[in-house]
Design a protein around this ligand. Structure first.
Ligand code: GPU
Length: 826
């Protein structure tokens, strides 16, 4: 094949070229003129203009993938928490200055148009954001990769507060128009559900073999929507392909003609519900049938699409493992394993062993949790009703697996029961993590400690059975979005000092180390931090009507609301500070003024998490209304924390709160974003905190709390939270204030559930770590009083955190798991 000729000329990379293209978009695509265009018209025209600059790269990259047929990666993820696209595309295409100037020449402020974009929030939290960082890195590193997922019509809910309590609103991210997506209805895929299976004889005489076929009871269509995933200035643009469900028939004309409109469109509504809305549970799957429909829908579409669209027609599927690795982002896409078996055995006529050999070499599995309740399990009656053939296949995979276990273990039936893919209690169900582990070539955790605990605890039997299967890849974050784009001030400072190579080679930040001792550099670093705080002040004032003082220490805890993450520990610290001031124990002059910022969504059905949100808001209100306390302590809890807010908040932070109970947070990725932006961490020895501390050094990290073995031993011995309440005066006073109604207008019942939960069970050992946390906060205060020493530590955090680039994560996946090719530079 010859080199493809790009069909269109890329617009000229100049201000004039940009203006021309922009006006053309405004006139011909938006159908309006400069004088009359709305902000949304302008935004759409701008997005399309920027898109045009990337189009030739996209076509070239895609064509090259097809032509070369390299070993590639298909990332399967039910979530992609992308964040806004415009800025990212501008930076990737090196168009920021040109666009700003071009728009200014037309009397338009680029900043206003940025604000017009509603971010695609197609994920819950860390797991979804990780997927977005990974596809960014893969594109930037010229790895042939495709992301597959679901085009939810509604992403993660929009959070509002009513009387301090969370109220969810639908996320209508598509209503203004979706300039970044390309629908491809001509590549639609049909997906079956339900029905039954049948045996039949295929062939005649000696060649006759018994085969199985699945006869689905109903079908839906999957329509792919492509999104550009631009590499950073490397001429490459990869693809993210998200699936939207459609009915096979728009409506039933016969029923419609009989006058029952609702009934006529019923099947359509049903089909379109599959990709309607993202499930808002993070780390606690609800086991709802629609969610299994979503999972099967998107992996069935993706496998079919990969085989039909991305492989040549004559491709021999025996060679599939040479061509692709399907990376399973947690267990959500694991139903792809029996689906590939079904395709190979039932449709392609492979015998079972042959098919299994191909399948197990094609998949790798990433586990993102240690919490038992986060491990997905599907009751066999649900799975069998929806996917009868897949359940049969799962049973057979399990039978053959357990036969090997018995052979190996001398019929240790307890072991067999523990390892079985099928759980018998409380209800017969499929353990998706076991299925994934049995099928995958590699199983990885997301930080060193997490991978170790997977081997030692969660999947210990499997790790003994297949020690070489288990590996670690520590998470990372993209430096493009979370430093270059989110923190232009710091980026400028870094580039001035060490050149611009760091954006794609983050280890180079090491070269900043000597500058930590340079007083002038530290001063400029503080200047940047200060400017970032002012940006945050403006944002919170504009967006939330929240007033904060940029002169205070910014103490930030942003992440999903979950008991294991321990937002309660943070709020108990706030309450203790409040108590000490109100009771006259400390004078306000003796405290370092701080603003404590929270950002957190709770799963709508997670009652305790919602109570904790209410508690934070009520404490914030009392603290803010107190004339003395509010001089040195404020709580800000902007609603609807998302990627866009993070981009302003993270660069402004002084202190990063990473305070989960040791052994519960698989990795964390917010922790990395803060360190890279020069916040100091107060944290437990958990997840990737461990690696952050090792890299930045103990002197530049505020460690506190039990270690994982200590916490486990204490639980084993019988943890009694009330003993801490009895022994610790500060703790007692703080909890009593809550219990006595200090933050609920005297109402003692309001937060009773929170208090009694802490005193009674305290599953995540908040009370055990309380004193240690207070002590660490004292060390924070002392350190913050010395701005020079603090900013020295902050600079060292930046200089030593290059490891946490998702580019490095991708290198590790490449070396340890995927062994994919890299395209040559253009
Ligand atoms: N994580 Br399981 C999620 O965001 N959602 C989930 O359903 C599960 C895990 C997170 C982990 O809690 C976090 O520690 C990790 O950094 C992140 O995945 C990415 O690996």
């Amino acid at each position: 094949m010859t080199e493809p000729t790009p069909l269109i000329a890329t617009p000229e990379h100049t201000v004039e070229g940009f203006v021309r293209e922009y006006l053309r978009e405004l006139n011909f695509a938006q159908g309006t003129i400069l004088e009359r265009a709305s902000v949304n018209d302008h935004y759409l025209a701008l997005a399309r203009t920027v898109r045009h600059y990337l189009m030739a790269r996209w076509i070239t990259t895609t064509t090259e993938h097809y032509r070369r047929q390299p070993k590639a990666v298909a990332y399967l993820s039910a979530e992609y928490l992308l964040g806004r696209q415009l800025d990212n595309a501008l930076v990737a295409a090196d168009l920021e200055d040109i666009a700003a100037e071009a728009l200014a020449s037309l009397g338009i402020d680029l900043a206003d148009l940025r604000e017009a974009e509603v971010e695609p929030g197609l994920g819950n939290g860390g797991l979804g954001r990780l997927a977005a960082c990974f596809i960014d890195s893969l594109a930037t590193m010229s790895v042939p990769a495709i992301g597959y997922g679901i085009r939810y019509e509604y992403g993660i809910f929009r959070q509002t507060f009513v009387d301090g309590r969370q109220v969810e609103k639908p996320d209508e991210w598509l209503v203004g128009g979706a300039p970044w997506e390309f629908a491809h209805p001509e590549h639609e895929v049909t997906v079956g559900f339900g029905g039954h299976t049948e045996r039949y004889v295929d062939g005649e005489g000696d060649d006759a073999v018994e085969r199985t076929r699945w006869v689905p009871g109903w079908k839906v269509l999957g329509v792919p929507y492509n999104y550009m995933v631009p590499g950073y200035r490397n001429g490459r643009v990869n693809t993210l392909r998200l699936w939207s469900s459609r009915a096979t028939h728009a409506f039933d004309l016969k029923i419609f003609n009989h006058g029952d409109y609702a009934e006529a469109v019923r099947s359509r509504t049903f089909a379109e519900n599959i990709s309607k809305v993202l499930y808002p549970e993070d780390s606690t799957p609800q086991g709802k049938e629609l969610r299994l429909q979503q999972q099967y829908f998107f992996v069935a579409c993706s496998l079919r699409d990969f085989i039909n669209q991305l492989l040549p027609e004559d491709f021999d599927l025996h060679d599939l493992p040479e061509r692709i690795c399907f990376q399973l982002n947690d267990t959500h896409p694991v139903i792809a394993v029996p689906e590939l078996m079904r395709i190979l055995v039932d449709e392609e006529g492979f015998d079972w062993d042959e098919a299994w050999e191909v399948t197990r070499r094609c998949f790798a599995y990433t586990c993102h949790t240690l919490l038992p309740e986060a491990l997905e399990v599907w009751p066999v009656d649900v799975l069998g009703r929806l996917l009868p053939r897949h359940l049969e296949i799962i049973y057979r995979i399990n039978d053959e697996f357990l036969a090997r276990v018995r052979e190996h273990s001398g019929d240790d039936e307890l072991l067999v029961r523990r390892m079985s893919i099928i759980a018998e209690h409380p209800a017969r169900s499929v353990r998706m993590a076991h299925l994934a582990t049995v099928a995958a070539t590699k199983v990885n955790g997301v930080a060193e400690l997490h991978s170790q605990l997977l081997r030692d605890k969660v999947l210990a039997d499997f790790a003994r059975f297949w020690p070489e299967k288990f590996t670690n890849v520590t998470n990372g974050v993209t430096p493009r979005r979370f430093v270059r784009l989110a923190n232009p001030g710091l980026s400028g400072l870094i580039t001035e000092a060490i050149g611009e190579g760091w954006v794609t080679d983050l280890d180079r930040l090491r070269d900043l180390e000597p500058l930590a001792d340079d007083a002038e550099f530290r001063r400029r670093f503080r200047e940047v931090k200060d400017a970032n705080k002012h940006r945050l002040v403006d944002l919170l004032a504009r967006r939330d009507g929240i007033e904060i003082d940029p002169g205070t220490m910014l103490d930030v805890m942003v992440k999903r609301l979950h008991e294991y993450k321990r937002q309660t520990l943070k709020i108990l610290h706030v309450i203790t500070l409040y108590d000490r001031i109100v009771s006259g124990e400390v004078a306000v002059e003796d405290l370092v003024p701080r603003t404590v910022v929270f950002g957190a969504k709770a799963a709508p059905g997670y009652v305790m998490a919602k109570e904790i949100i209410a508690l934070i808001n009520h404490v914030g209100a009392v603290v803010g209304a107190h004339p003395e306390v509010s001089k040195v302590l404020r709580v800000a809890f902007p609603a609807n924390y998302n990627v866009t807010v993070a981009e302003t908040l993270v660069p402004a932070a002084d202190l990063s709160e990473q305070i989960s109970l040791a052994g519960k947070e698989a990795s964390g990725t917010g922790n990395m974003k803060f360190a890279l932006n020069g916040a100091l961490t107060i944290g437990t020895d958990d997840g990737a905190n461990v690696e952050i501390r090792q890299l930045v050094g103990d002197d530049h990290f505020f460690l506190f709390g039990l270690t994982e073995p200590e916490a486990a031993a204490m639980q084993e011995a019988g943890y009694r939270p009330s003993s801490y309440y009895e022994k610790n005066r500060s703790l007692r006073r703080a909890l009593d204030l809550v219990a006595h109604g200090e933050f609920s207008g005297g109402n003692r019942s309001t937060f009773e559930p929170v208090v009694s939960n802490l005193l009674g069970e305290d599953r995540f050992m908040v009370l055990a770590d309380f004193q240690s946390y207070l002590d660490a906060q004292e060390r924070v205060e002392a350190a913050y009083r010395d701005p020079d020493a603090w900013s020295r530590s902050a600079v060292l955090n930046v200089a030593r955190s290059g490891f946490f680039s998702s580019d490095r994560s991708m290198r590790d996946y490449m070396d340890r798991i995927w062994h994919a090719e890299v395209l040559p530079p253009l």
